[in-house]
Ligand binder design. Structure first.
Ligand SMILES: NC(=O)c1ccc[n+]([C@@H]2O[C@H](COP(=O)([O-])OP(=O)(O)OC[C@H]3O[C@@H](n4cnc5c(N)ncnc54)[C@H](OP(=O)(O)O)[C@@H]3O)[C@@H](O)[C@H]2O)c1
Length: 367
């Protein structure tokens, strides 16, 4: 019996894989576009030493495939193996390309539909214990100054910030509609940033945005606004723990800081104290012009380093300024504790990222 995982080689997926290995005896079947041992090591080395990786290998099977291909691009023998061995599925893979309708449509929507087909094939043989779907709080669409409960997040009358949010929202709907008799559990992480136990990370987009803001003496933000950030280790632990529960209490969980989310003032005070600087000034009236400026610079300097940085900031800016948090009482009660607060671990994350020039020092596997 095995657990089929998509996205296990990615940032959040690597935390889920590490937790599944620690919490069960079951083998894991990992869907990936590149089924080489080097790729797996690259994906998992944030979690494991080389020795731990070698030890875990017998329980990990890489299955070459692609969400955008028919039948997930799995070979016939691999499909047969999945259908005969798999007892639960975690669908974590996605395209996070917020600017491409085409990629999000193909990877997220068509890919999730292929996962549904696979689940149905498995169910022709036996009952599937669970399908866990890793979604995002971005499904809540455009918001302003709100605290959002799990069951209120999807509102079809509301606009979305980007194609990523739109397609993830429809994936949730598709899974619920097409698999009404399956135990589908949806996890919606908020902004996943860093690890509360150590400074290393492999995902830098939001860290770069913070580094930019932390180095300014004036911020185009409101000091009292909250930003809902959750550490990746909490997300991985919570998903694995609930996935393995016999009967999860709820079908949707926000993995988020919720009402305890830190304010910008708390975050920048922690960063400034760690760097021995004075905290920046907040000039909220600059918020709108600054958002416009990032979009203009992104367009004018398209293809250059400045243009890329500006476009990246422009894409994240609505999420940085909407002052909206996601109620997390369900996961806190199911899991037993709340995530660490971002100000308690943001300074080492930023220092390490700056020192390593926003690159993880990947190590090669010995031949
Ligand atoms: N990061 C965040 O802040 C955040 C916040 C909320 C929700 N989420 C959700 O968390 C999940 C994982 O995000 P992440 O940040 O870990 O992403 P990531 O690091 O970019 O990893 C993406 C994963 O998806 C797989 N993948 C991408 N395209 C694929 C394709 N065409 N076929 C098969 N596999 C494909 C990749 O596998 P290979 O490269 O091995 O093929 C990789 O394992 C996503 O569902 C995302 O919506 C993330």
């Amino acid at each position: 019996m095995a657990i089929f995982v998509t996205g296990g080689t990615g940032y959040i997926g690597s935390y889920i894989v590490a937790q599944l290995l620690a919490r069960t005896e079951e083998p894991l079947y990992l869907l990936t576009r590149n089924a080489s041992r080097e790729k797996l090591w690259r994906g998992l080395q944030l979690q494991f030493s080389r020795d731990q990786f070698e030890e875990a290998l017998p329980r990990l099977t890489m299955l070459k495939g692609d969400l955008t291909h028919e039948g997930l691009g799995l070979s016939r023998p691999d499909t047969e193996r999945v259908v005969s061995d798999v007892t639960s599925v975690i669908h974590c893979a996605a395209s996070l390309n917020r600017k491409s309708e085409k990629t999000c449509l193909n990877v997220n929507l068509r890919g999730t539909l292929s996962v549904v087909d696979l689940v149905r094939k498995i169910q022709e043989r036996r009952e599937l214990k669970r399908l866990s779907y890793v979604s995002t709080v971005a499904v809540a669409g455009k918001r302003h100054n709100e605290t959002i409960m799990e069951d209120m997040a999807i509102d079809w009358g509301r606009s979305d910030y980007d194609p990523y949010a739109r397609t993830k929202k429809f994936c949730e709907h598709m899974l619920r509609t097409l698999l009404p008799d399956t135990s589908v559990v949806t996890f919606r992480p908020s902004v996943v940033l860093g690890d509360s136990r150590r400074p290393e990370t492999t995902q830098f987009d939001m860290v770069r945005a913070f580094a930019f803001l932390a180095q300014r003496s004036v911020l185009p933000l409101r000091s009292k606004h909250k930003l809902d950030i959750v550490p990746a280790n909490y997300v991985g632990e919570a998903i694995a723990a609930v996935h393995l529960q016999a009967k999860p209490e709820f079908s949707i969980y926000h993995l988020s800081a919720g009402r305890q989310a830190a304010t910008y003032k708390e975050i920048v005070t922690a960063l400034a104290a760690a760097r021995g600087h004075s905290a920046p000034w907040f000039w909220p009236w600059l918020q709108r012009p600054f958002g416009g400026l990032t979009r203009t610079v992104g367009r004018w300097f398209y293809g250059t380093a400045v243009g890329t940085a500006a476009s990246r900031l422009a894409v994240f800016y609505p999420y940085l300024t909407y002052n909206t948090v996601f109620e997390n009482t369900r996961i806190v009660s199911s899991f037993g504790h709340a995530p660490a607060s971002f100000p308690t671990y943001c300074a080492p994350l930023l220092e390490w990222s700056l020192r390593n020039n926003f690159r993880y020092p990947y190590q090669d596997l010995p031949s």
